[in-house]
Design a protein around this ligand. Structure first.
Ligand code: GLP
Length: 245
């Protein structure tokens, strides 16, 4: 695992975007695994700038998002469909048919999950997956206790995750109780993973994820078992890491 501690958010955004962009340049038809939340917004902004200023080409990439809420329309401002349009897709030359986000309004959510998992396989798997981390160390919407062999499924959000995400909604009652999320196994099958973490409220989760025991109680700790992970973390989120003598 490569750990890159950045001075501030801006440095993190630039370095993470560079890593992602290099991948797209090397393999223009890359399969990208994308994350939402406030953490990757700056990285997406850098990628949009690279597209506009340097011609970074998204025309052949295929994307799969980690997760989506169940039961809110795609044009709801808090849906991850709307988030992705606003922060990336509307500003780059991606082909709409190459975008995949779980459909939380599907008639059969179970079928939606099976099809999503199959579709990832059918394009050869995810080349590079970006992840944020929840305060309880969740990845995607895989909450503590999720088995490491889980695949894409409907998951129930913990009260703490609903509370954390209520900042985007008008009130906590509006935060959906369920989501569709890629599973831990789905995430671990990505060929490369980049994990981003910013801010003091992630310090505990990041310490446990990287240096604690590998356990389903700390979903992100599974990443210690992945052969190709790069972590981009700011000083605040790295505050509990052991210091080198
Ligand atoms: C959500 C998302 C996760 C994300 C996490 C952290 O629950 N499903 O993919 O990593 O929140 O979000 P933030 O970056 O806003 O702290």
């Amino acid at each position: 695992m490569k750990i890159i501690i950045c001075e501030d958010e801006r440095e993190l955004d630039i370095k993470a975007a560079e890593e992602f962009a290099n991948h797209i340049r090397r393999k223009p038809d890359s399969v990208l695994g994308l994350a939402t939340g406030s953490t990757p917004i700056g990285m997406y902004k850098q990628l949009v700038d690279m597209h506009k200023n340097e011609g970074l080409d998204f025309s052949r990439v295929i994307t799969f998002n980690l997760d989506e809420y169940v039961g809110i329309p795609h044009d709801h401002p808090c849906s991850y469909h709307a988030y992705m349009d606003e922060n990336l897709f509307n500003h780059v030359n991606i082909s709409r048919e190459n975008i995949n986000i779980p459909n939380g309004l599907a008639e059969s959510l179970e079928e939606e999950c099976t099809n999503y998992e199959e579709k990832i396989k059918s394009v050869g798997g995810i080349d590079i997956q970006v992840l944020g981390i929840g305060r309880n160390a969740h990845i995607g919407f895989n909450e503590p206790g999720t088995p490491f062999h889980s695949i894409t499924s409907v998951v129930e959000l913990t009260p703490s995750t609903r509370e954390a995400n209520s900042r985007f909604f008008d009130s906590i009652d509006e935060v959906p109780t369920h989501a569709i999320s890629m599973g831990i196994k789905t995430i671990m099958q990505a060929k490369k993973i980049i994990l981003l973490a910013k801010g003091a409220d992630k310090a505990d989760a990041m310490y446990k994820a990287l240096y604690g025991p590998i356990t389903p109680d700390v979903p992100a700790s599974v990443l210690q078992l992945h052969p190709n992970v790069t972590v981009f973390v700011d000083k605040e989120a790295a505050a509990k890491f052991p210091t080198k003598e």
